[in-house]
Every structure is written in structure tokens, then in C-alpha cells.
Write a protein that binds this ligand. Structure first.
Ligand SMILES: Nc1ncnc2c1ncn2[C@@H]1O[C@H](COP(=O)(O)OP(=O)(O)O)[C@@H](O)[C@H]1O
Ligand SMILES: [Mg+2]
Length: 246
């Protein structure tokens, strides 16, 4: 079966500057969490922008299932099943949780479908159900992130793209967020997860991919990447001393 989402040989960047991605590949299979790791400024958010149709690649191809969507913009990508949750906070604080979540379903014309999706996301994200009528601004940072997750799931996406969802959260909220990412996968949505909290993200993910210098440095089962000693030193913040350097 084709992956839900694939980027092949992608070259992409900004303006006239040298490209940030220089032949980048990633595949997000159905039912899997793929974690994208890499140093600050490596181009992780750029990968998500290219996947969501916010940035057109200079070269390469993007496919959703077996359909090529390289030249399609963000609305068409969303309609085809790719939903993006941006870095930082994007809830409307003066609106209720319900209004924030239902915004994600603005393309759903059929009221019955909308109601069914709302019931579904309330099941996946209990805090969304509990605080349905509250102003979103009254929720904690971690709860607001779950409102964003719920909003992204309204269209019944094939893949969600999550850009550093644990950023700025305390350890307990971070834990909840990673649990909810697993619930999204178990609810049938593949996930491409970008995280600065690389070790924790790889412990949660099925597959991992390390981006460095515009290309895939290494990819494979997340467990294997976690066990790779070289990766630990370079990317995972391990404190093991470098061999041969007393
Ligand atoms: N809108 C933009 N215009 C110009 N350069 C950008 C823009 N966004 C990101 N960049 C540059 O692209 C590179 C990769 O950025 P980004 O994808 O945000 O990295 P990461 O998410 O891995 O930290 C950086 O050098 C950054 O400065
Ligand atoms: Mg980023």
C-alpha cells in the first residue's frame, strides 16, 4: 500500500537563498507516527510547510496516497487529507473551545457529518468534551494544544503534521500531549511529528528520521535510532563522553 504521505527528492527554500532542503525524502505510512528530528534551523518546519502546501518545492514530488499533489496549494492539500498544527499557539482565546474546534470543520457542508466529527474528536480528546463551552483562553497551554489537535482532526485527515507540540509545556502537560499523539494514531490518523524533545518523541514514535544539512541523515524504526550511540551524542542530548577524547 502507498504511504499516506510521501515527499521525494524535495529541494526547497526561501527566496534567493541556498535551499534549506536539498533532496529530502520522507514517507508517512498509514497507522504510524513518524518523528522528524534535527538541529535547530535544520529545516523541520520547512518540511511541514512543503507537506502542507504552504511552500512550493523547487524540485521533487509530494504524494498523498498515490496521488501527486506537488503543485496543489494548502486548501487542496487539506481537502486531500493533510492537516497542519502550527508551532506555538493558534487557538482563539476569546472564542469557546467549541467554536475553535468547529472552525476546523468549516469545509464540511453537511451538518450531520460535522456533528459526527465533533462527537468523534470529543471522544479522542476528553478535555475538549469537558471544556466544550469554556472560553479557550481560560485553558492551560497543554489543554489549548489539545483543542488545536481536535480542530485539525475535524476534517478526518489521513495525516496530521505536528510542529513541536510540546513547546513551552511543563513535563506533565508534555506527557499528556505525547499520549494524545498516540491516541490520534490509534484513531486512524498517521502522524508526522516534529519535536525538539527528540528522545521523548522517538520513544513515542514508530519511525524516525533525522534531518541534517538538508537531507535525511538516518532513518528507520524509532527504537533503532534511540539505540544508535552516535545519534545519541549528536542529536539526542546524551551526556556520554566522546570516545578517545579524555
Ligand atoms: N520565512 C522564511 N524566510 C526565510 N528564511 C526562512 C524562513 N523560514 C525559515 N527560514 C530559514 O530556513 C532554515 C530552516 O528553518 P526551519 O525549517 O524553521 O528550521 P527548524 O524548524 O528545523 O528549526 C533556517 O535557516 C531559517 O532561518
Ligand atoms: Mg521549527
Amino acid at each position: 500500500m502507498a504511504s499516506e504521505l510521501s515527499l521525494t527528492d524535495v529541494v526547497a527554500g526561501y527566496g534567493r537563498a541556498a535551499p534549506v532542503l536539498r533532496g529530502f525524502d520522507v514517507e508517512v505510512p498509514a497507522g504510524k507516527i513518524v518523528c522528524l528530528v534535527g538541529p535547530n534551523g535544520a529545516g523541520k518546519s520547512t518540511v511541514l510547510k512543503v507537506a502542507a502546501g504552504l511552500l512550493a518545492p523547487r524540485e521533487g514530488a509530494i504524494r498523498i496516497g498515490d496521488r501527486e499533489v506537488t503543485r496543489q496549494g494548502p486548501q487542496a492539500r487539506l481537502a486531500a487529507g493533510v492537516s497542519l498544527v502550527l508551532q506555538g499557539h493558534s487557538v482563539f482565546r476569546e472564542m469557546t473551545v467549541a467554536e475553535n474546534v468547529l472552525l476546523g470543520g468549516y469545509t464540511l457542508r453537511d451538518k450531520a457529518v460535522l456533528a459526527k466529527r465533533a462527537a468523534f474528536v470529543k471522544e479522542v480528546f476528553p478535555v475538549v468534551a469537558d471544556r466544550w463551552g469554556s472560553l479557550a483562553g481560560l485553558l492551560s497551554g497543554g489543554q489549548q494544544k489539545q483543542v488545536e489537535f481536535a480542530r485539525s482532526m475535524m476534517v478526518d485527515p489521513k495525516v496530521v503534521l505536528l510542529d513541536e507540540p510540546s513547546m513551552g509545556l511543563d513535563p506533565k502537560a508534555t506527557s499528556t500531549i505525547f499520549d494524545q499523539v498516540v491516541r490520534m494514531r490509534d484513531a486512524g490518523t498517521a502522524v508526522l511529528l516534529v519535536e525538539q524533545n527528540a528522545r521523548r518523541a522517538l520513544e513515542t514514535a514508530d519511525l524516525g528520521c533525522v534531518l541534517d544539512l538538508g537531507r535525511v541523515h538516518i532513518s528507520g524504526p524509532a527504537r533503532r535510532l534511540l539505540a544508535d550511540p552516535q545519534l545519541g551524542e549528536l542529536y539526542l542530548g546524551a551526556s556520554a563522553p566522546l570516545k578517545g577524547h579524555p
